[in-house]
Design a protein around this ligand. Structure first.
Ligand code: GUN
Ligand code: FE
Length: 528
């Protein structure tokens, strides 16, 4: 008898179970039941498997079609989609005031928010982002609209209401108590949906706009509900200098976040271009991940994030578009930027050497498209604590997948395929040249949410509208596991200017901790 909600595809599946390798499951029959992969059989077993699962058909992919795991974007500012592709003329701190805060504030118009968020989620799904870690905006209501939009269109999301109780513009700021109350309301609203695809996230925007009282209160909410946490860390000189002035008693952004209780195994910190090796090791011990946002780091970052180096220190690393700091919503573009970023580090090291000899040490930072794909799938899944659910094609995981068609030729597609090119070459062309036109079907939890130009869910799966339900409160689930013991490292009393202008791309090549300042010995040991 045919099992309900069961289907199968026979063909080739590409994925990256280990960093640096691209595995092809060639000519396999992959069976999905209730959203999960339940069997991966050899193609020649098709008839037997079809009978076993009572399937009316096993769909065969055409030559040149492949499945790849859905992309996981670990850092997106949902309301900033409004001005993506514009406003790239100023440094971060000015950019926030000039473009970002006014744009985010305008989402108080809920009709506009509804319209814009549907477009946003559609755009991201169309580009293959099956899971996104979203920042919403400051005000509670538009964030509920964002959650509804994700639910309605069938995407997987970790979503946060942005909190800011200082140093923002006068019309885009909250007081501490209101911020904490609304953050909790947002969490209970989102959890109350009982939609396994959508989880709430505690979101102190970044240290400059959050008082210690707010950050500590948010950490308590995260602990109470077992929530994800997201923020920005050591992104660029302007931001780092600002934090050093505000919190001279702390060695680094990481030390501040540590003291506030915000570094957990469910925390994702964006950027990290100016993290020291000590910081990275500390985040790694906490199980905190960094979202590598190469494109926006080129715009704002002042330094390079070194993926291989961070991974070698045990850090979890995912990939992010950072829309709109990054000007593209495409995770394919982010993957290419990650590769380019890595080669810039190599070029930078060569330039600093003053010579023409590329040493093995210079090559260490270089990543290939395979590693970039790992970051966009497995790395993201690890960062979001979903590594046992998504990221690869394995029995027991949920089927979040993109059906890639490399047969579009001429102007109907972004690249051409020539005679003699094999599957691996076609797939590499897709990663390096492909775009949304190649993604002919998008699956989340075994549901086809987009086929061709059509989004297949019509909104009937939405529980309630934001307005109807903003005050819904559910009882708290079991609190999260307490974090492991604090690690006691010496506080470094850096000169803030020196620390902030550090060229991390060239520094600490041997992985040695930065030296302590000689003129100002440590005055205090911090819990970091
Ligand atoms: N730091 C604080 N807010 C933001 C933001 O919206 N984008 C980026 N790139 N960095 C930030
Ligand atoms: Fe950001």
């Amino acid at each position: 008898m045919a099992a309900e909600n069961t289907f199968a595809f026979r063909g080739t599946y590409y994925h990256t179970p280990t960093y640096g390798s691209l595995d092809a499951l060639r000519d396999v029959v992959l069976i999905v039941q209730e959203g999960k992969i339940v069997r991966i059989a050899n193609g020649h077993e098709e008839t037997a498997v079809q009978a076993e699962f009572g399937l009316a058909e096993v769909r065969r992919l055409k030559a040149g079609q492949y499945f790849v795991p859905g992309f996981i974007d670990t850092h997106v500012h949902a309301p900033q989609y409004l001005f993506t592709g514009t406003g790239t003329d100023v440094p971060l701190m000015e950019w926030l005031r000039k473009y970002t805060f006014p744009a985010e504030c305008s989402f108080q118009d809920l009709e506009a928010a509804r319209h814009r968020y549907l477009l946003l989620v559609k755009r991201f799904l169309a580009n293959g982002t099956t899971t996104a870690m979203y920042y919403g905006s400051l005000h509670l209501q538009p964030n509920l609209v964002l959650v509804d939009s994700i639910e309605r269109l069938g995407q997987r999301g970790v979503v946060g209401k942005v909190n800011m109780d200082r140093l923002s513009s006068d019309d885009y700021i909250e007081n501490t108590a209101d911020g904490l109350r609304d953050a909790e309301k947002f969490v209970t609203y989102t959890m109350g949906k009982k939609c396994s695809r959508i989880q709430p996230c505690i979101t102190p925007r970044f240290i400059p706009t959050c008082t210690p009282e707010l950050m500590k209160g948010l950490a308590e909410i995260a602990q109470k509900y077992g929530c994800h946490i997201q923020s920005h860390i050591s992104e660029c000189c302007g931001q780092v200098n600002c934090v050093r002035e505000m919190h001279p008693e702390y060695a680094s952004d990481a030390a501040v976040f540590e003291e506030m209780g915000l570094l957990t195994s469910r925390t994702v910190m964006a950027h990290g271009t100016l993290l020291t090796d000590d910081d990275i090791r500390h985040l790694a011990r906490r199980g905190t991940a960094v979202s590598h946002c190469p494109l926006s780091n080129f715009m704002f970052g002042d330094a390079f994030f070194r993926v291989n180096h961070a991974l070698s220190l045990g850090l979890k690393v995912g990939l992010g578009t950072d829309v709109a700091g990054g000007i593209s919503p495409s995770m394919l573009f982010a993957q290419r930027m990650a590769v380019v970023n890595s080669r810039c580090i190599r070029a930078h090291k060569l330039a600093v050497s003053g010579g023409t000899t590329v040493t093995p040490e210079m090559e260490k930072d270089v990543i290939t498209f395979k590693e970039a794909l790992w970051l966009a799938t497995v790395g993201g899944a690890q960062a979001l604590d979903m590594a046992d659910i998504v990221g690869t094609f394995e029995v027991g995981k949920e089927f979040d997948a993109l059906l890639v068609d490399t047969n579009l030729s001429g102007t109907s597609g972004p690249f051409d395929v020539f005679e003699g090119e094999d599957d691996d070459q076609r797939f590499e062309k897709f990663i390096n040249l492909g775009d949304d036109r190649n993604l002919i079907e998008v699956y989340v939890q075994g549901v086809c949410v987009k086929r061709g130009d059509e989004f297949l869910l019509d909104g009937s799966n939405v529980t309630k509208s934001a307005e109807e339900d903003s005050d819904r409160v559910m009882s708290a689930p079991t609190p999260a596991e307490p974090e492991t013991a604090y690690v006691d490292l010496a506080h470094r009393a850096d000169s803030s200017d020196e620390a902030a202008s550090l060229d991390v791309g060239a520094a600490a090549e041997d992985g040695a901790p930065a030296p302590e300042s000689e003129s100002e010995p440590p005055t205090k040991r911090l819990r970091y």
